[in-house]
Design a protein around this ligand. Sequence first.
Ligand SMILES: C[S@@+](CC[C@H](N)C(=O)[O-])C[C@H]1O[C@@H](n2cnc3c(N)ncnc32)[C@H](O)[C@@H]1O
Length: 257
Amino acid sequence: MPEKSTWEKFFDAHAPIYDQNEFTKNTVQEVDFLLEELELPSGASILDVGCGTGRHSIELAKRGYTVTGIDLSAQMLAKAAEAATASGVHVEWVHSDATRFSLHKQFDGAICLCEGGFGLLGSRDDPIAHPLAILCNVCRSLKPQAMAVFTVLNGAAMIRKFQQKDVEESRFDPLTMVEMSDNPPREGLPTIRVRERAFVPTELSLLFRLAGMSVLNMWGGTAGNWGRRRMDLDEIEIMIVARNGAEPLAGPGNSRR
Ligand SMILES: C[S@@+](CC[C@H](N)C(=O)[O-])C[C@H]1O[C@@H](n2cnc3c(N)ncnc32)[C@H](O)[C@@H]1O
């Protein structure tokens, strides 16, 4: 068995208390919003990447959608399976790394929320290759023209949070947009060093296009404050609404003119 990645260790240990986080308390309203963005009829298939304890997957299943949730953490998935049983709904749970999964079918829509692995880097993960691999996998798993909604850490807020001293003391790397921190996954447990990557909107447009998707909108995406509104500089997360299928990038060498 390969050694667990830092985030797998972190979320395995955090799983018992994940649902106590304040940002998990708006699931019903979040799913209302997602369904407006995804434009899917009941019964459609939805992939939830980095599904965690399954709060969105389960709410979607309750509303008649056919849901598959994938996650790196077996303990988060165990909580998700318990909650689905308690709610009397069926969700397919897949224990996999979002950078590597390959599923047996294509979906009508996808979600990847509260990072869901996007930007959560292991100690040796490349800050460009890792999120791009997730996007390529999501893109391959979607039917043509299917929609996807992501929420990811906001690079503007991350830059504004840190000072030059943080760069010198290796808490933030402006070259990779990675924050390094030592966090206990639960009170009383030893800290785990984690790497979180934030994104600016222009690179998000580029990464999505490289993966084969088109960004339709970017909204303010901080949990508890989703809406079709422009993102604020200091809010924690950006929401990306994208469609599968992208025009090739036109550069000086491959312009169509
Ligand atoms: C902050 S939680 C978000 C969970 C859920 N989407 C939500 O909105 O509540 C991030 C989740 O991403 C999972 N995760 C982290 N890295 C991952 C990866 N490379 N592949 C799949 N899941 C990953 C974690 O295990 C964790 O369950």
